[in-house]
Design a protein around this ligand. Structure first.
Ligand code: FES
Length: 106
């Protein structure tokens, strides 16, 4: 089992276990990482699980489909490497991934 590092807007770091197969959102929720609200429970319908990936990890997270692109377009701090954490399904290859949290969710 590897790990994923979530970094809050203020720099607070959370190193959590990577449980491959879970979504990035679920891992954050299961470990009490603040800043991921996930109001819709992972249905790609609320945009409150916005995260920003370090650029080198972005290609590892798969395709961003149209529904996710539309939700991301509404997030206040969208970046080039933004994803909805509920749409990122983790694999063992994501060991060491660094995920930044925006200051605000929608
Ligand atoms: S939890 Fe609602 S869009 Fe991800």
């Amino acid at each position: 089992m590897g790990h994923i590092t979530f970094i809050e807007y203020d720099g607070t770091q959370h190193d959590v276990d990577l449980e491959a197969g879970k979504s990035l959102m679920q891992i954050a929720m299961d470990n009490g990482v603040p800043g991921v609200d996930a109001d819709c429970g992972g249905e790609c319908a609320c945009g409150t699980c916005h995260v920003i990936l370090e650029a080198n990890w972005f290609p590892e997270t798969g395709e961003v489909v149209d529904d996710e692109k539309q939700m991301l377009a509404m997030t206040p701090e969208q970046a080039e490497t933004s994803r909805l954490a509920c749409q990122v399904h983790t694999t063992n290859e994501m060991d060491g991934m660094v995920v930044r949290l925006p200051e605000f969710q929608m």
